[in-house]
Design a protein around this ligand. Structure first.
Ligand SMILES: NC(=O)c1ccc[n+]([C@@H]2O[C@H](COP(=O)([O-])OP(=O)(O)OC[C@H]3O[C@@H](n4cnc5c(N)ncnc54)[C@H](OP(=O)(O)O)[C@@H]3O)[C@@H](O)[C@H]2O)c1
Length: 339
């Protein structure tokens, strides 16, 4: 395995991939950009002069092997991960490097977790969904736990976005992910009710109390990977879903020099156990942009030995969640815990 600072990014010219490339450079790593479109990779290396690039399609193992050669980890940003996850994880295993992705799809994350034994045997870590959806709520839930606590009664995750201008990749992933979503109910994985249940959620200002609808994404998988709970449900306010369902909603527009949009988010996690109610909150700007520091921070922690063990790991399982959230404050993710 290489000991250098080269990190492979697949899907590097996508919206999220570009944020990951920029975050790696900002932290002094050497991204090696890969994807299936030679012209898009050439355009990316214009934007990031000196960037190494490799054209590779997901069905060409030899090309993927060349793209990953000499790197220490892969951050995979090209979704739908239901299609791209397995071939890239296979390539990471062949290259004997750690694998991270930003999948929001429950079944893609679950499929990566199912490769745990193989990863452990290889002494590698795979961390799917280390991103806004999947990773952030898992860190928040874990940060609320007492030392050694792995069993709680109920967890609710609530996301509020002031808007959601989706990328092409988000739209494509939503269409591809036609499966019914899982929640945890009565201690078991069950399909979310149809029609999706609604309730009220009192978010912090400036959102306040609003209607939310059940929208379980990858956090159902990441959280339940290491926490036993009888009930685990996820919710979202309605405004972003109206945006998402409207084909006329534009893609995200950059409004700062880093390419971030104005989109504001709040993620709140409530954990209930033994009659005690605890709440954690994270807030910030642009759900695509903040996925980059989440993934790169995790990658650094895996490479410098701060991850607990090997295998297919959820972020809260691998890391000191409070400490990691503290570190992410410098990257635009503000968080607060109410124990
Ligand atoms: N969990 C989260 O919070 C989170 C956050 C951000 C993104 N995501 C996920 O990340 C994915 C990308 O999102 P994005 O916003 O970056 O979208 P995007 O800007 O549209 O980029 C999508 C990227 O994926 C590549 N791609 C798609 N299918 C591919 C395939 N079969 N083979 C090779 N490359 C393929 C695209 O390449 P081409 O241009 O060549 O098609 C492009 O590079 C989506 O699945 C999205 O749900 C999740």
């Amino acid at each position: 395995m290489s000991t250098g600072r080269r990190i492979a990014v697949y899907g590097a010219y996508g919206h999220t991939g570009r944020f990951v490339v920029a975050e790696l450079l900002r932290r002094g790593w050497t991204p090696v950009a890969s994807g299936r479109d030679a012209d898009a990779l050439a355009a990316l290396s214009q934007a990031f002069p000196g960037l190494a690039t490799h054209v590779a399609t997901i069905d060409d193992p030899a090309a993927l092997d060349r793209a990953l050669a000499g790197t220490r980890a892969l951050i995979h940003c090209a979704g739908p991960f239901l299609d791209t996850g397995a071939p890239l994880l296979d390539a990471a295993l062949r290259a004997r490097i750690h694998y991270l992705d930003v999948a929001a799809e429950q079944r893609a994350t679950d499929a990566t977790h199912a490769r745990d034994a193989e990863l452990r045997a290889a002494g590698l870590v795979a961390m799917p969904s280390i991103a806004f959806y999947g990773g952030l709520a898992d860190l928040l839930a874990t940060a609320l736990l007492d030392e050694g606590e792995t069993r709680v009664d109920a967890i609710d995750v609530a996301v509020a976005l002031d808007r959601w201008h989706p990328t092409a990749g988000t739209r494509l992933t939503g269409e591809r992910n036609h499966y019914r979503r899982w929640v945890i109910a009565d201690g078991e994985r069950r399909y979310v009710a149809d029609p999706a249940p609604t309730r009220r959620w009192a978010f912090a200002a400036p959102i306040g109390e609003v209607d939310v609808v059940a929208l379980p994404l990858a956090e159902t998988i990441t959280i339940s990977r290491h926490l036993a709970c009888a009930e685990l449900h996820s919710w979202m306010n309605l405004a972003p879903l109206v945006d998402l369902r409207d084909p006329a909603t534009p893609a995200p527009q950059a409004t700062d020099a880093d390419g971030r949009s104005d989109q504001q988010f709040i993620v709140e996690v409530e954990v209930r156990a033994n009659g005690r109610r605890r709440r954690a909150r994270a807030s910030g700007r642009d759900i695509y942009a903040v996925s980059a520091p989440l993934a790169v921070e995790a990658m650094e922690r895996i490479l410098d030995g701060r991850a607990r063990g090997h295998g297919a790991l959820a972020p809260g399982q691998a890391f000191d969640a409070r400490e990691m959230l503290g570190a992410l404050a410098a990257c635009g993710i503000a968080s607060a815990l109410e124990h």
